[in-house]
Design a protein around this ligand. Structure first.
Ligand SMILES: C[S@@+](CC[C@H](N)C(=O)[O-])C[C@H]1O[C@@H](n2cnc3c(N)ncnc32)[C@H](O)[C@@H]1O
Length: 216
């Protein structure tokens, strides 16, 4: 993986996103994300992240923060795109904005109660994902949780994803297309416990919830 190339690609994406007049493609993407995907995402995050310090690893526009923020949750926005991070520094729902890479996070060990993301993991290969999951374990407290929204072409709706992409909706294409059991095996191998994997009601992604088992 050429991380600089990937980062430049996302910088370009967020540069265009910050432009004043949104294109039709951006408007469709906004509607799909906000009205179709977001409600279920918020439901799972509120349910699993009750109290503590939580970080979105690859936060982009941090679209969930406004609905998650309360006095029990410290919310950290984390992304390798400086453009995304600079913009989020002005967001009132973001407690901290950190620029960094999910493979090498500039954070102390045992710092976080939870990590989540959506539309990030599937860009990478199985080997790269394994490195990122180990890095999440390092910065998570014992029993800290991950909640990952993970699109996969192994779902019966891959035709819908292809159709939406053809319409111009920005949905990720995958570097690794695991089945549920492949994901479960990887998470066990890396050292997570209480692994639950569901298919979202939108049938677009898996919802992966797991806990850190520190001494594994
Ligand atoms: C699909 S977008 C996330 C959208 C986000 N859920 C939202 O609500 O806007 C993926 C984000 O992950 C970030 N990203 C991808 N790979 C990353 C990496 N290795 N380290 C940190 N951030 C990464 C990209 O810069 C991008 O902002």
């Amino acid at each position: 993986m050429d991380i600089e190339k990937e980062k430049n690609m996302w910088d370009q994406y967020w540069k265009e996103e910050n432009e004043e007049k949104p294109s039709l493609k951006k408007k469709i993407t906004f509607l799909v994300r906000n009205y179709f995907l977001l409600p279920e995402t918020i439901y799972y995050l509120r349910k699993n992240f009750i109290n503590g310090t939580f970080l979105e690893a690859g936060c982009g526009s941090a679209s969930t923060f406004a609905k998650l923020k309360n006095s029990n949750r410290k919310l950290i926005a984390f992304d390798f795109s400086l453009l995304a991070i600079e913009k989020l520094k002005k967001n009132p729902y973001v407690d901290e904005a950190v620029q960094g890479d999910i493979f090498n996070m500039p954070l102390d060990e045992n710092y976080l109660d939870g990590i989540w993301n959506s539309g990030v993991m599937e860009h990478y290969t199985r080997e790269e994902i394994s490195v990122a999951l180990k890095e999440f374990k390092r910065v998570l407290k014992d029993n800290g949780k991950i909640v990952l929204f993970w699109p996969s072409c192994k779902l019966p709706t891959s035709w819908l994803i292809d159709f939406l992409i053809k319409l111009g909706v920005d949905l990720p294409t995958a570097g690794w297309n695991p089945r549920k059991k492949d994901l479960k095996n990887l998470l066990k191998e890396v050292g997570y416990k209480n692994i639950r994997i569901r298919t979202s009601y939108t049938l677009i992604h898996y919802i992966v919830v797991a806990e850190n088992e520190k001494n594994s």
